[in-house]
Design a protein around this ligand. Structure first.
Ligand SMILES: Cc1cc2nc3c(=O)[nH]c(=O)nc-3n(C[C@H](O)[C@H](O)[C@H](O)COP(=O)(O)OP(=O)(O)OC[C@H]3O[C@@H](n4cnc5c(N)ncnc54)[C@H](O)[C@@H]3O)c2cc1C
Length: 375
């Protein structure tokens, strides 16, 4: 059979892409090298933060609004809750990039929010103990999306629409020619009219010209048992993104794993090869996170319940790469999500389906074009 589109990599972005292609009636094949889902890429560890007050750049806000809508759409398709609204906090000093950026997005896009000083945030959300010079932007639409469950949901819904999805089948090579593509795996070869590469930290193996732009980086997540569980429950504790002198941290109420979850952007600044990365967690990994729990969330500072490694794939400016291949218009890619991509999976699936089938998208993706990093 000749497919309309082949998708390489069925993780966060690939599973949503396969679904959006199938929803448009395309004959689609998704190929995944490991199990679906698995814990060796970027999309595991129960959940991922979603937030509308986007400190990274206000140009993400229209995409975020669409992402929320499409998360609700896939929830309806599979009749399962995937998006949890807890409220979100962006904290730091008043002039930090996190607080200033979050406020800028709120102002430009008329996003409802409140600015709380440290004592007010502790009164309202007793799990929080911000330093005296910190403030919090509270935005009621913040929350989290389930990670592995979303991948399962997208694959289930895509298969119900006729998509073929094959796990444990690694793509070894692809070739573009004429109007189509051919893909070789350990099991055989397949043809299609178009190819989408959503290979996460392995993207450079499929697209070697992107290697200088994409840096996989080892990350660690920790779950600790709260001493006051009532402060860290789903209905009282907002997700957070917090800039401190010790680094930028993010975290979640207790959900899934019985512990308060925290991570640190760029963790120990360790570049990684996704095929050889150290996936064990060590005392220095725990210490980097434990110090922040002790200082900013002292009532969560009980025994560790779990530690897990994961991978970011960073671009030099930490904005995504979403584009057509420079030589082959029938090939497009979504990569370089730089530690903040998962919340967008739902809308990036839609964008990639449009790029593959129509060679264009109605969304403004100029921020993500590859040439900004090559010029
Ligand atoms: C610790 C951590 C915390 C994060 N927190 C947040 C957060 O709170 N909010 C947020 O929005 N984002 C967050 N992110 C970022 C987000 O999780 C990632 O941006 C997102 O998961 C990237 O998805 P992906 O599809 O690009 O990669 P993946 O989900 O890793 O998918 C790529 C897939 O391609 C497959 N593949 C690769 N090569 C081949 C091949 N040759 N053949 C077949 N299959 C192949 C891989 O096996 C993999 O399954 C976090 C990331 C980490 C690591």
């Amino acid at each position: 059979m000749i497919y309309d589109v082949i998708v390489i990599g069925v993780g966060g972005m690939g599973s949503a892409t396969v679904y959006h292609l199938a929803r448009r009636g395309a004959k689609v094949l998704g190929l995944e090298q490991f199990d679906i889902p698995h814990d060796r890429g970027s999309s595991h560890g129960v959940n991922r933060i979603i937030r509308l007050a986007y400190a990274e750049d206000p140009r993400y806000v229209p995409l975020l609004r669409r992402a929320y809508e499409l998360w609700r759409e896939i929830e309806s398709a599979v009749n399962e809750r995937l998006l949890f609204i807890t409220g979100g906090i962006d904290a730091g000093t008043r002039d930090s990039a996190t607080v200033a950026g979050s406020l800028r997005s709120c102002t430009l896009h008329h996003i409802p929010h409140e600015l709380l000083d440290a004592p007010a945030s502790a009164r309202r959300f007793p799990g929080y103990r911000l330093a005296e010079d910190m403030v919090a932007v509270y935005q009621p639409d913040g929350g989290f999306v389930l990670a592995e469950r979303s991948i399962e949901a997208y694959v289930t819904a895509a298969r119900a629409l006729g998509a073929d999805v094959q796990a444990r089948e690694r793509v070894l090579e692809w070739e573009a020619g004429g109007a189509g593509v051919r893909v070789w795996t350990g099991r055989g070869s397949y043809r299609a009219g178009a190819l989408v590469v959503t290979a996460g930290p392995w993207t450079a193996e499929m697209l070697p010209n992107l290697a200088p732009l994409l840096t996989p980086e080892r990350q660690v997540l920790m779950w600790s048992q709260p001493r006051r569980p009532e402060y860290f429950a789903l209905d009282v504790f907002p997700v957070f993104n917090m800039e401190t002198p010790e680094g930028r941290f993010y975290g979640f109420p207790v959900y899934g794993v019985p512990g308060f979850k925290i991570g640190k952007y760029h963790h120990l600044y360790q570049r990684a090869d996704p095929n050889r990365m150290d996936r064990e967690c060590h005392p220095e990994d725990e210490k980097a996170l434990r110090d922040a729990v002790r200082r900013y969330f002292p009532d969560a500072n009980g025994p560790t319940i779990a530690l897990k490694t994961c991978l970011f794939t960073n671009t030099p400016d930490e904005h995504f790469v979403i584009d057509h291949h420079s030589e082959f218009p029938q090939v497009c890619m979504a990569a370089g999500f730089s530690g903040h991509g998962f919340k967008f999976c739902s809308v990036i699936g839609e964008i990639m389906a449009e790029l593959a089938l129509e060679r264009a998208t109605r969304w403004d993706i100029s921020l993500f074009h590859m040439h900004r990093l090559l010029d």
